[in-house]
Write a protein that binds this ligand. Structure first.
Ligand SMILES: Nc1ncnc2c1ncn2[C@@H]1O[C@H](COP(=O)(O)OP(=O)(O)O)[C@@H](O)[C@H]1O
Ligand SMILES: [Mg+2]
Length: 271
């Protein structure tokens, strides 16, 4: 039997009873775990990271802190893969999570960003219609026409915001983005700058900036990554569950969290 969770403080109970959003993002949903980890974390942190790589791994894979606080596992599967993913984020390589649909690519990407930067909302959704503007920047056309190009008329993309703030940017379904638009990423990933030629300047990425992209290989309408872009990524292939037990554990966890979000009466599904 796992030990009982600590009794909730009144603050936590009030927060829970006032939440009405349908789905909270990871950093809000697991705020108490992130706070406990941050308190227990004495290891060295890469620049601009909220937690050390060790604490990020514990957040993803679960574990028990010295003070007895239990961190729930988010990813069920190989520890090694998660360690490679975390280590990649601390280098100048971007991370590509690759695999068939439903292997937790998006899930891992959200939790990694939540743990590393405390903000999983810098997100670019890749579609066949994703334009360069969605990756670089757009213009406030009223300002542009009135006063010409200037920084004030630039509408930043999540990528530009992430570079400015030294945060991790997520790109979902990278391979759905048309190949010529994908290649916009090459300069960003190799030079860590985003040129704005119209005003003769560039945004320089701050330390801590990196990109996590997800892509799946078995779907209609995917565009192969160019080899130039591939080389800028460390690829981690997320496998399907190893064993029936693992699959049961994943379903169990998912049913429990969905039930909680929908406020269904708790009933453990029969196995
Ligand atoms: N290995 C795993 N560990 C924990 N949860 C998993 C695992 N594999 C799948 N899941 C669950 O499956 C759900 C769907 O995964 P998702 O990230 O949307 O898949 P993908 O983006 O790879 O298509 C996730 O929300 C997660 O709850
Ligand atoms: Mg996905």
């Amino acid at each position: 039997m796992p030990p009982k969770a600590k009794a909730k403080t009144t603050a936590e109970t009030t927060i829970e009873s006032t939440i009405t959003t349908l789905r909270q993002n990871a950093e809000a949903q697991f705020a108490h775990e992130l706070a406990e980890l941050s308190q227990a974390d004495t290891r060295q942190k890469p620049p601009n990271w909220q937690l050390s790589p060790w604490a990020v791994a514990t957040y993803l894979l679960g574990g028990k802190l010295e003070n007895g606080f239990e961190i729930s596992p988010k990813y069920i599967g190989s520890r090694r893969l998660m360690e490679i993913a975390i280590a990649t984020l601390a280098t100048d390589r971007a991370l590509l999570l690759y695999g068939v649909p439903g292997t937790a690519k998006s899930w891992v990407s959200e939790h990694l960003t939540a743990a590393v930067t405390g903000d999983s909302t810098l997100l670019i959704q890749g579609t066949a219609g994703t334009s360069e503007e969605a990756i670089r920047y757009g213009w406030n056309y009223a300002l542009l026409l009135a006063a010409g190009p200037s920084m004030a008329a630039v509408v930043p993309s999540p990528m530009m915001n992430g570079m400015n703030d030294g945060k991790i940017v997520r790109i979902e379904e990278l391979t759905r983005i048309p190949a010529d638009v994908q290649d916009t990423l090459i300069t960003v990933l190799s030079e860590k700058t985003l040129p704005i030629p119209e005003i003769g300047t560039a945004v320089q990425a701050q330390k801590g900036f990196n990109v996590i992209a997800t892509a799946n290989n078995r779907d209609k309408g995917v565009n192969e990554l160019s080899s130039a872009l591939k080389r800028r990524f460390n690829t981690v292939i997320l496998p399907v569950p190893d064993s029936a037990d693992e699959e049961v554990a994943i379903v169990h966890k998912r049913v429990a969290s969905m039930g909680k979000a929908l406020e269904l009466p708790i009933e453990v599904p029969a196995l």
